[in-house]
Structure formats: C-alpha cells, structure tokens
Design a protein around this ligand. Structure first.
Ligand code: PMP
Length: 280
C-alpha cells in the first residue's frame, strides 16, 4: 500500500507532516473523496471541479487538472485498486510560526490515499436517521477539513441509534453530516438547493440527473421539518453510501418503513450507471 505526500510515494506509516502545518494547527485545508468502480474513477470531472472550487474559496494554489488526473491514476495503479475510495487532502501548508493570518503564500501540503470499498448491487436495507439542529457554520459548500460540527452531530446520531443526523436550519432540512437528503411526496422529489448551507454532493447531482431521465419530477427546494411525518419516502446520497433508503426518523416511520418505490427505481438506475460508466 502506498500513499502520496508532497511528491513522494510512501508506506502509510512513513507519511509525516510538520506540527506547524496549518492543517494540524487550524484545520486550514480542504479534501475530496472520489469513488472508483472496477478501476475507473466515477464522475471524476465533477469531483475535480468541486476540489478546484474548494481550493479557490480558500485561495490555496491549485496544481491544476493534469496534476490531479496523473496523481489519481498513479494512486490506483500503484495500489492495484479496483473498487475503492480515493481520498485527497490539501492544506495551506506549514509555516515557521503559528499565526491565524497566513504569512504570505505557502507551499500547500498535498496528501492522497486509497482504501478498498466493496461495491454492492443490492437495494440497501433502510436505516434510521435522527433530526438534529444544524449547528455548523455558513459555508457548508466548501469541502473543508474543519469537521467539528459534523463529528459532534454524527456522535449524537450514533447515540440515538441512527446512521446519520437529519439536519435542519430555520425549519428546513439542509443535509446530513456526510450526505444529502431527498424526500418523495406525491410522486415528486424534493432536495435542498445548492447554496452555502449544504455541500453540493456529486451523488446528489447525479441522482437528480437520473431522476430527470426517469421522468420523475424534481424540485431543488428544501422540504420542511413540519412535512417529515407526511413524507412518502426519504433517502440519502453520498459517494460511499450511493442511494440509501431511510425507513425511520426518530419515532416517525416513513411510508411502510421499507424502501419506497421511487427510491428503489433510483437505486437500480444508479447501479446501472455505475456499470455503464466503469465499462468505458
Ligand atoms: N454533505 C456532506 C456534508 C458531506 O460530507 C458529503 C460527503 N462528502 C456529502 C454531502 C455527499 O457528497 P458526495 O455525494 O459528493 O459524496
């Protein structure tokens, strides 16, 4: 197994960064996660576009598209990866003295690793989520490594026996700690719009495209906490969970508590697109 750190390929335990790295001191950095099926990165251009937007938002230098493509290809080749998740992290870099304000342009710290992810083709068993107040900051569109809010919320969800928190702000559902939510009501799909309150999930975008192809009406419009008891279906999306049906929010059972019909159609459409894009 080899990981990439600042131009070197190393054994994971040999990869070390300075304690003066701003990633360590301030969580001053961003990350990206790319799913890989059968050796092919899935929706890679979209993931790289988001990585570039995150870097631009923090004014961290971007080594460019060709660099990222080569890095990911080498990572997959060196690790003989087939079904996997690529992790990329970029911090602003290390400096001599701790100071909130970065002292001039730094050499960014670039780290990348890959881990195996068994691919599945079934309809996932519905899970439970728990409604929690979205305590995070107001730039959730940046894929920042500062994830304290997400971690605290995930721990609270786990304590409730839930897979994910269902976060809300001002009465509207935003997203999860590491996923986007979709509600189904009267045959139409609702999901929060891509503003500063959510991460624009790549899986979210892809599922919206699949829904349109299936002629399912979609509304990029946040659904409200008041609507939750009346939903027909609910599911979440992420690169690692793909399309995950939800059977229960706290004590509220969604529909019959199983996987709804529209969710199931999207799960199958998602599997088909995985098969198709990784065969090219
Ligand atoms: N929202 C948050 C807060 C996340 O961390 C993630 C997963 N990284 C997502 C949504 C889903 O994004 P994607 O579909 O690109 O994995």
């Amino acid at each position: 197994e080899s990981v990439y750190l600042n131009g070197e390929w190393l054994a994971p335990e040999a990869a070390k960064v300075s304690v003066f790295d701003r990633g360590f001191l301030f969580a001053d950095g961003i990350y990206e996660v790319v799913p890989v099926y059968h050796g092919h990165p899935f929706l890679l251009e979209d993931h790289l576009a988001r990585l570039e937007r995150s870097l631009a938002a923090l004014e961290i230098a971007n080594p460019g598209q060709a660099f990222w493509l080569d890095l990911i290809q080498q990572l997959l080749t060196r690790n003989h990866s087939q079904d996997a998740l690529v992790y990329i992290q970029v911090t602003r870099g290390a400096e001599a003295k701790r100071s909130h304000l970065p002292q001039g342009p730094l050499q960014p710290t670039i780290f990348a690793s890959v881990s195996a992810m068994p691919v599945h083709w079934d309809v996932p068993t519905p899970v439970k989520v728990t409604l929690l107040d979205d305590i995070r900051w107001l730039r959730c569109d940046i894929k920042s490594i500062s994830l304290l809010g997400n971690i605290m919320l995930k721990q609270q969800a786990q304590a409730c026996g839930a897979l994910e928190p269902l976060l809300h702000r001002n009465g509207l559902v935003t997203e999860g700690a590491s996923s986007n939510y979709f509600a189904v009501k009267d045959g139409a799909i609702y999901t929060a719009p891509t503003d500063h309150l959510i991460l624009p999930g790549i899986t979210r975008m892809w599922v919206l495209k699949l829904a349109k192809e299936l002629a399912i009406p979609v509304h990029e419009q946040a659904f409200s906490v008041a609507d939750l008891a009346q939903l027909d279906e609910l599911f979440l999306t992420s690169s690692s969970r793909e399309v995950q049906p939800i059977g229960q929010i706290d004590d509220i059972i969604i529909g019959q508590g199983g996987c709804g019909e529209i969710t199931e159609r999207l799960v199958h459409a998602f599997h088909a697109s995985k098969r198709q894009l990784s065969a090219q």
